[in-house]
Design a protein around this ligand. Structure first.
Ligand SMILES: C[S@@+](CC[C@H](N)C(=O)[O-])C[C@H]1O[C@@H](n2cnc3c(N)ncnc32)[C@H](O)[C@@H]1O
Length: 249
């Protein structure tokens, strides 16, 4: 299948989600998962402040969705840019952040293609829950590397094929569109692209359906206690459903 057809499919899929994507984060357990992800993005931004000194960072959020990750950047002194392959998601964020001066550009763009030519290079780039929908994720990673300044930080996540992340694909007879990789493959690909430092951690061994259903403090605490136990037994990444990478150029 040609590149554009696949990504038009992704755009259509997320156009249909629209505002409903925010509701996917409403359960208590999903909110805890979200706190883990936004915490990682905060640490990436703080690392960039350390690398580049004080002042203002130039930052890019790839796959803005309904703005969950963009909001994290806006807590800091930044000149912020955002892209998404879905026009509905871009319109949503343009409306949501219309009075925010820190945001320079929010445009429809597929990360498999180059960014608009005059945007220059970035101190921090994020792509949380985006690359799993990009079958050309290796090419996308190369593009992202080109958008960073030397010393710049990139934070993203990807499903681990050696985990329960593989179950939806099996259940749907291989028709599930999302991609998966492994700890070893991600390390290898990122090193080949040229990233100087790569840190990988993991989260969530239990199925996503539990995260969607655990909607009380009590059930979310039980779920996360089981996760903590599994992490103590297997370590941070082994069998983790989601792998989170923080990379430095
Ligand atoms: C699951 S949502 C995540 C949104 C946001 N990053 C978050 O974590 O809340 C994935 C978003 O990435 C966008 N996306 C998927 N593939 C993309 C690509 N190749 N280039 C740019 N955006 C993409 C989708 O349109 C969607 O808005």
């Amino acid at each position: 299948m040609a590149v554009e057809v696949i990504n038009q499919k992704t755009a259509k899929y997320f156009d249909e989600w629209g505002d409903d994507y925010s509701h996917a984060w409403k359960s208590v357990a999903r909110r805890r998962l979200s706190e883990f992800e936004t915490g990682l993005v905060r640490r990436a931004i703080e690392l960039a402040f350390k690398n580049f000194g004080g002042g203002c960072l130039k930052t890019l959020d790839i796959g803005v969705g309904t703005g969950r990750i963009t909001e994290v950047f806006l807590d800091y002194p930044v000149e912020h840019y955002g892209i998404d392959v879905s026009a509905v998601m871009v319109n949503h964020c343009q409306e949501k952040f219309k009075s925010v001066e820190k945001i320079k550009h929010l445009v429809v763009c597929d990360i498999v293609n180059p960014l608009p030519g005059d945007w220059g290079k970035f101190d921090v780039v994020s792509a949380i829950r985006v690359l799993p929908y990009t079958p050309q994720w290796r090419e996308a990673l190369q593009n992202i590397y080109q958008t960073l300044k030397p010393g710049g930080i990139f934070v993203f996540n990807f499903p681990n094929k050696y985990s329960s992340a593989i179950i939806p694909k099996v259940v749907r007879g291989g028709k599930d569109q999302s991609c998966a990789s492994s700890y070893g493959e991600l390390r290898r690909v990122l090193a080949e692209i040229g990233f100087a430092e790569v840190k990988i951690t993991g989260f969530a061994r239990l199925l996503d359906v539990f995260y969607a259903r655990c909607d009380s403090e009590f059930s979310a605490n039980i779920l996360l206690t089981v996760e903590k136990f599994l992490r103590a037994v297997f370590g941070p990444t082994l069998f983790a459903r989601l792998l989170y990478c923080t990379c430095q150029k």
